[in-house]
Every structure is written in C-alpha cells, then in structure tokens.
Design a binder for this molecule. Structure first.
Ligand code: GTP
Ligand code: MG
Length: 196
C-alpha cells in the first residue's frame, strides 16, 4: 500500500468559509460562529482510494484578512493543489478568488491543481449564479464546484476528485486509480468544464 503526501493550500477572502470547509472535511464539524484565522492553520486528512492508494492531504488554511496577504506565497509555494474559495452570497469574494487564481497560476507550483469552490450553497439568497462561474472555470481550466461547509454537500466528493487528479499526475503508473471522469459524478454540481 502506498501513501502519497500532498501540500494543499486554501485561499480566499475572509469569511468565505475556508476554515469551515477544512473542518467539515477533516473532522466533520461545523460552527455557526468561528474566529477568523490568524496567519494560517494546519490540518491533515488521509483519503483511501481504490487500488490501495492512500492520499494524505496536508491542508494550509490561510487567513483571508488583507493584512495577512503577504504571507500567502509561503503557503501556496510547493502546494500541489490550491483550493480558492468564494462565497456565493458575496460578489466581491468571486473577484478576489479570480485574483488568487491569477496569482497561483503565475507564481505557484507549475502544474498544480487549482480548484475554485463556491461555498455556502445552502443559502437561498445567492448573488452569484453557478453557470456564470462554470463558464469561467471552463475557460481557465480550473476544477469548479459549489459546496456547503454547513451541510457538507459536495465536500467529500470534491476532495476525492482532487486526490484522484493529484495521483493521476504521477508519472509512474503504479497504484493509479481506475480511469476517472469528473463529469460522471452523481452530483451534477461538480464541474470540470461542465455546467450545473
Ligand atoms: P478567515 O479565517 O477570516 O479567512 O475566514 P474563513 O474563510 O476561514 O471563514 P470561516 O470558515 O471562519 O467562516 C466564516 C463564517 O461563515 C462563519 O460564521 C461560518 O459559520 C460561516 N460559514 C462557513 N461556511 C458556511 C456555509 O457553507 N454555509 C453557511 N450558511 N455559513 C457558512
Ligand atoms: Mg479561517
């Protein structure tokens, strides 16, 4: 059995729910009120894939407040995956997410997996339509999903997808998962160039 370790970073404006997504995935917890992250927080989680492959994700959950922005390169440097989060009820947070995509694409690890997450999909009064972001994601070749840290919707699915994409980038074909198509997920809000 092979364990593969990956540095993974979470970026995005303050209050979009980065820490909540990490907590939902690593500990299956959610808090209505939580402190803003200071600097960055570290969490790990292992995912067991088919073919006896274990992926250990080492999450760096960065602080979204502007005053911490200069620290971000330390966390996205050498990260094999970058989750860039916006809040579907806050238009400005999507603009912020787009600027993170640019920065990580230009200055991050070449060939890193970039994942755009629209969080808080449990809230009915949205400001950002899924279709609009799906087109952007397709044009920019990033994986996109709406998620909810509160209900857990799509969180495990997207993490499994990213783990599979990460191991599919390993040159050696040993312990590779079965061929995997992101579009074939049961929940149609998981997108790589598709629409919800
Ligand atoms: P910083 O640490 O300042 O960068 O913020 P953050 O992006 O880590 O946000 P955090 O996870 O602290 O969440 C901010 C607020 O949004 C908290 O009150 C959460 O309870 C709430 N929240 C997070 N995710 C969701 C969600 O999926 N749905 C709803 N309704 N609220 C959420
Ligand atoms: Mg936080």
């Amino acid at each position: 059995m092979k364990t593969l370790r990956y540095k993974v970073v979470f970026l995005g404006e303050t209050s979009v729910g980065k820490s909540s997504i990490v907590s939902r995935f690593t500990r299956d917890e959610f808090f209505e009120f939580r402190e803003r992250t200071i600097g960055a927080a570290f969490q790990c989680k292992t995912i067991n894939l088919e073919n006896d492959c274990i992926v250990k994700m080492e999450f760096w959950d960065t602080a979204g407040q502007e005053r911490y922005r200069s620290l971000a390169p330390m966390y996205y440097r050498a990260a094999k995956a970058a989750f860039i989060v916006y809040d579907i009820t806050n238009k400005g947070s999507l603009d912020n997410a787009k600027s993170w995509i640019k920065e990580v694409t230009m200055k991050g690890e070449p060939d890193s997996v970039i994942v755009l997450l629209g969080n808080k999909m449990d809230i009915i009064n949205r400001q950002i339509e899924c279709e609009e972001v799906a087109s952007f994601a397709k044009a920019n070749n990033v994986i996109f999903s709406e998620v909810s840290a509160k209900t857990g919707e799509n969180i495990n699915n997207i993490m499994t997808i990213v783990a599979k994409v990460l191991i599919s980038k390993i040159p050696s074909q040993d312990n590779m998962p079965e061929p995997f198509t992101i579009r074939s997920q049961t929940n149609n809000k998981l997108i790589l160039g598709g629409c919800c």
